[in-house]
Design a protein around this ligand. Structure first.
Ligand code: GLA
Length: 392
């Protein structure tokens, strides 16, 4: 009897240990798959609820994952890139863009985290321009100037979304019809922004638009990157190369003066890779400038390359645009708590926004940003990721 009791007790202990062990093993196997991000043999596209607009409209998050563990999460609110998860030199994935975990954050105030910016990226002086003899008054949302499309730009609109899959890529096409007069702009402008994730660890963004009245247009992408991982510290040690020998200087309101100056012997010379923090103290307020890209407008060319020494990620940006705005996160000031409870301090992220030059409607010497009826606006930008291991 006693022996039987011992025997059952031992059996129970043994079985419990076995159960605990297999639970742990299961967990750690899942963990490994999660960590390496390689549990998948095919690319996947999922749709999840992201939140609800004050008027009751539901907002979705599209999650694109490739088999290398790279993941892009995009919301149909603002066609915003909410998260970009990329493996580091050891294959460990991290989220490398700043933002919010929930829609609520984006509905409050956001400094354009991950946003699709339109109709016009950056500033238009006094929010005014004259086109075909007619003067247009735009929303003035940056003192007297117009910034990033106005009070309710494209980053604050709900877009229609259609996901699609190709053999070695998948994506989502977002569409939005900006009505005549919106934020003061002329013409009904129909736009699409397509995000595509490839097996080569590239995130492509393609822009298309057509209008029924001539209008300025300058769409861009406004992610704040930290290639170590979002919220982990400042980006001053990131090494930056910009394929630009010239820059458009700005006045005290960050409006281009119209000059186009050589970067030679200035803190804007990133033609040889340089740490972002190296000369930043010589730029009043930090970098917030448009660089004039070498090469031909309209052809996809290398615009910038950024590498982060610790985790070893490298990001290359290719674009058909003639310029790129380099913004070193100067206005981040601890007032925002972002994803995973991280507090964003000054220089915690940088933006490289492929675009036309700011305030072009006032500068006929800059490449034109006017889209006319019958024309098709077609632009593309590509973010390509690798690590120092791939290049060693
Ligand atoms: C752009 C502008 C900056 C700032 C940020 C967002 O990069 O040039 O001045 O507005 O967007 O805060």
């Amino acid at each position: 009897m006693r022996q039987n009791m011992y025997f059952s007790a031992l059996t129970i202990i043994f079985l419990s240990l076995l159960l605990a062990f297999s639970a742990c093993k299961g967990k750690s196997e899942n963990k490994v798959q999660e960590t390496l991000g390689k549990g998948k043999t095919t690319m996947t596209l999922e749709k999840k609820e992201f939140g609800t607009m004050p008027d009751g409209r539901k907002i979705d998050l599209y999650i694109l994952t490739n088999t290398n563990g790279m993941k892009a999460k995009i919301a149909n609110y603002g066609a915003i890139l909410v998260s970009l998860i990329v493996p580091d030199k050891n294959g460990k994935p991290d989220d490398i863009t700043l933002g919010y975990d929930h829609l609520k954050g984006y509905l409050k105030e956001t400094p354009y985290f991950g946003a699709t910016v339109g109709r016009y990226a950056n500033r238009i002086k006094d929010g005014k321009f004259t086109l075909n003899g007619e003067e247009y008054q735009l929303a003035q949302n940056d003192s007297d100037n117009h910034l990033h499309g106005g009070t309710k730009g494209f980053d604050k609109r709900v877009w229609d979304a259609s996901p699609f899959e190709n053999e070695d890529s998948l994506g989502v096409k977002f569409s939005y019809l900006s009505p005549d007069g919106e934020e003061g702009y002329p013409g009904n402008l129909s736009c699409t922004v397509t995000y595509i994730l490839t097996e080569k660890n590239e995130l492509k963004i393609e822009y298309e638009a057509q209008t029924d009245k001539a209008t300025p247009i300058n769409l861009t992408h406004h992610s704040y990157f930290n290639l170590e991982s979002q919220g982990s510290g400042d980006i001053l040690d990131h090494i930056l190369y910009i394929n630009a020998e010239r820059v458009t200087p700005v006045d005290s309101e960050l409006i281009p003066t119209g000059e186009i100056l050589s970067v030679k012997d200035t803190p804007f010379d990133f033609t040889s890779p340089m740490a972002i923090g190296e000369s930043i103290d010589r730029v009043s307020g930090g970098y917030d400038h448009n660089f004039v890209l070498n090469g031909e407008e309209g052809t996809l060319k290398l615009a910038a390359r950024v590498s982060e020494p610790n985790k070893g990620r490298i990001m290359e940006i290719y674009t058909t645009e003639p310029g790129i705005q380099f913004y070193s996160g100067n206005f981040l000031d601890r007032s925002i708590t972002g994803k995973s409870g991280k507090i964003y301090e000054k220089h915690y992220g940088f933006c490289l926004e492929p675009q036309h030059f700011p305030d072009s409607p006032h500068h006929p010497e800059f490449p034109s940003t006017i889209l006319k009826p019958g024309e098709k606006y077609l632009k593309s930008t590509l973010f390509r990721f690798s690590t120092i291991m791939d290049n060693s």
